[in-house]
Design a protein around this ligand. Structure first.
Ligand code: MV4
Length: 450
């Protein structure tokens, strides 16, 4: 096992990784920006190194600064958490060149999955279901029109380098295609430095369902089942749950097995998430893969009992999955996560400032992952996530009741948060019945007064 690990992140995920290291007997090194001097990840690490000014580009995203800290502290490995450098293949390559183990997949695999059209073709070859779409990159609007005629409208243009919904355009008729092609191309070029586009059949009102996988460095891959992530606003997830009510045991088994085969073939390693869209016929189609630990991993931890961050560390140290995981993985009960963001309840603008009162709920089946505390400060430079509230119950009904009571007991004063929004969602009959898709929040917010 590693002797010493550097955590290249901040906030709740930095604490989450530090905790896993501590429990495995690994020494820890935190890095922090000038805005995070008083953060808990600095306090709870064995060592902490300041790596620069508050802006992420000047500190947490600065590869030479992070690598210098790792070399000065003489660590064996770096855990990138989520966001920041976690899906940066160049960073993983620099780690490799510096003889520091990057806790994640090999850079070649990260790069493949970052090129969405290539990832799609790789999945197709391995018989993972994909949507009808273009055969590779579309060079011109004319080529796009030909592809759309074959696929059938509506179609969606997506950026090869994309993610997060940027550089995407829905096209409903041939006449609209040229303008939308050029708009998507320009947006993608601006956002990713690469304007290349591909096309898929557009799924109306899809559900967003993702499969969690773990892969060791000996060719073994397991599926830790799915999460339902349709409750989102502007591509930011708000609530995640597992299992999905829409996925039958047969479909879960089928997709899980296909993914294990496919990811072994690709040479995947460590934790990963495979995103699917579910259409009205409850069929699943691959859209993209995330090559990192995700924000919502605790939902999977709750239903499987697997500590995924410890698993990541043990995999990266060379252990085999059969020594890490229980002999048989099974779904136990139902889990839900609410992301508590520091934001204005109506305008959704970030709400930075000092937290004056902070009460975290607890009790049976309740988990809170946060790096915040009373008198703590939410700086304006970073992600607005202040806490994750995760509940686990025998079934969805118990988990829902548990979440409602835990939200009532979660007190954050001094800044605005999304707690009231979550309370309102849990009162909604469609949400309670599990009847929702990725358009739920738009309809929900549209209906409300103000
Ligand atoms: C789609 C789609 C419908 N049809 N692809 C949005 C972000 C990117 N990761 C994929 N996205 C979508 N791709 C086809 N062929 C609808 C979306 C989409 C969406 C997907 C998942 C979660 C929320 C979403 C919100 C709007 C659109």
């Amino acid at each position: 096992m590693f002797r010493k690990v550097l955590v290249a992140n901040r906030g709740e995920i930095a604490l989450r990784v530090l905790n896993a290291c501590r429990e495995l007997g690994i020494r820890t090194v935190a890095v922090y920006s000038e805005a995070d001097r008083n953060s808990l990840h600095v306090r709870f690490a064995d060592e902490a190194i300041c790596i620069g000014p508050p802006r992420p580009a000047d500190s947490y995203l600065n590869v030479p600064s992070v690598i210098s800290a790792a070399e000065i502290a003489d660590v064996d490995a770096i855990h990138p958490g989520y966001g920041l450098l976690s899906e940066n293949a160049n960073f993983a390559e620099v780690c490799r060149a510096s003889n520091i183990k990057f806790i994640g997949p090999p850079p070649e695999v990260t790069r493949l999955m970052g090129e969405k059209e290539k990832a799609r073709q790789a999945m197709k070859r391995a018989k993972v279901p994909i949507l009808p779409g273009s055969d590779g990159i579309l060079a011109t609007a004319e080529e796009a029109q030909e592809a759309a005629a074959k696929i059938g409208y509506p179609v969606i243009l997506k950026a090869k380098a994309g993610g997060g919904g940027r550089g995407m355009r829905i096209v409903r008729k041939p006449d609209d295609l040229p303008n939308l092609f050029h708009a998507a191309n320009a947006e993608a070029a601006g956002a990713f430095g690469n304007g290349e586009l591909y096309m898929e059949k557009f799924v109306e009102r899809p559900r967003h369902i993702e499969f969690q996988v773990l892969a060791d460095e000996h060719g073994n891959v397991v599926s830790l089942f799915e999460r339902e992530c349709s409750i989102q606003r502007r591509h930011q997830k708000l609530i995640e749950e597992a299992p999905s009510l829409q996925v039958t045991p047969q479909l879960r088994e089928e997709i899980g097995q296909t993914l294990c085969r496919c990811l072994t073939e690709i040479g995947y390693q460590n934790a990963g998430t495979v995103e699917f869209l579910m259409d009205a016929d409850r069929r699943l189609y691959f859209i993209e893969m995330n090559t990192r630990i995700q924000v919502e991993h605790p939902v999977t931890e709750a239903i499987t009992g697997v500590d995924m961050v410890k698993a990541q560390l043990r995999i990266a140290a060379g252990e085999k999955l059969d020594t890490i995981l229980p002999p048989k993985l099974e779904i136990r009960g139902h889990a839900i996560e609410c992301r508590i963001n520091a934001e204005h309840p109506q305008r959704f603008t970030p709400s930075a400032g000092k937290i004056t009162a902070f009460n975290v709920p607890g009790g049976n089946g309740v988990r809170v992952d946060t790096a915040q505390y009373a008198e703590g400060v939410v700086p304006p430079y970073y992600d607005s996530l202040v806490a994750k509230l995760i509940v686990h119950g025998a079934d969805r009904k118990e988990a829902m009741a548990r979440m409602s009571r835990a939200l009532d007991q979660f007190i954050v004063q001094g800044i605005d948060t999304s707690i009231q929004l979550h309370q309102a969602i849990f009162q909604n009959p469609a949400f309670q019945a599990g009847e929702f898709d990725t358009g739920f929040m738009e309809r929900f917010l549209g209906k409300k007064p103000e």
